[in-house]
Ligand binder design. Sequence first.
Ligand code: SF4
Length: 463
Amino acid sequence: MVRRTGDPITLRLLDLFRIGLGPSSSHTVGPMRAARFFREACLARQLVPDRVEVDLKGSLSATGRGHGTDKAVMAGLHGWEPETCEVDAVHALPTRLAADPKVPWGAGTTVVRPEDIRFLRYVEYRDERLPHPNTAVFRAHQGGRIDFEQTWCSVGGGFVQEPGADSHAFWRPPASPPRYPFHDCASLVAAAEAIGGTLGDVVLANESEWDGSPGATGAGLDRVWDAFRACIQRGLQARGELPGGLGVRRRGAELLHRVEEGHIDSAYAPVARAQAYAFAVNEENAAGGRVVTAPTNGAAGIVPGVLVEAAERLGLDRAAVHNALATAGAVGMLVKTHASISGAEVGCQGEVGTATAMAAAALCQILGGNPKQVENAAEIAIEHNLGLTCDPIKGLVQAPCIERNAMGVAKAWSAAQLSLHSVVSPVISLDRVIRVMKRTGDDMRREYKETSEGGLAVSLPEC
Ligand code: SF4
């Protein structure tokens, strides 16, 4: 089922905030889910293959090794899920399967050899028309032939879809209509104004309608918030160099220390503290730890950095935190529906740009902004990230990614403040700037879309 223009947005809030595993939602979380879906499809056919082979193509092969895609696929083939898997067990899989490739599979076992998770070189598939820049082909071999094959596309934020579906294939008609339907930001703002509430109120009311009670979403948001805070704490306790050989040192704890020791100008301290939190999250992500997509792993530090700092400083209660998360989620839903949150599809504007807009909107609301000001904060945040390319050095989600999140924090703060204190009406709507993001992404050359073949990714030797 494909979403038609004007159909209500039915993305679920907790799909934007998936608890998973670093370092990449599209290269780690998505492939793990796809591998598990392939396994389930085999089991539904009562198929226990002799061995399983996986071809990774496009951005999954270009940067997948640095993003841990092979480990994620191995974990998914075990039936493990991003939210609940043991982090250390996932990282141990290549070594474990090299020694013993047997994987429990229904009532039997199959064989998953690390060398059968293949990062194809561009020349090996360049004549193919890939269904998506992040494509994985799963094959079940039995008796010397391929018994079953399935292709999955990882479309950003941990979302996966089969080929043939268009970019709205994640859309499903809801079991019951949303209480307050909206299809774009204009209709979302109108719905919020009609009930005298926030963008988050609209989203939370729709979630309650679909869940049958407000409890399920609230419990899910509590888990997300706990995961944000736990990730920040782990990141702040860790020291040293991140894995991957790029020589990137962790610096979240150091920055926070400087804030707490008063070395940082007090006017800048809240931003610096939020940046320290963002560093902590992104460093955990880069180390393959447990993080929450917000809306992706690469951009996972901005929303928790801004919101956890604001919640601590302003003493936000649980309801205010839920509402802020729902407002941030609303912005993510709009971008996911009308453009993309995938670096492989539209570059980093879709990841860091979207996360910055989500944080800006939520912060503007926390500081008292009305729905139009909240929209404007998100618009400013995206507008000044338009054209941002994705060029991770060595395919690692470290440079420029980690510092880019810290800059996203600062931009989110500025966007919220600019919107709150603006004396002129905005000339560009959020809906319009999201459409521009999509067109800019469509025009962007492949080298700048999570392939590590352009920009900073190829300039390191000159530095
Ligand atoms: S540059 Fe941006 S989009 Fe690319 S991997 Fe890093 S955070 Fe993600």
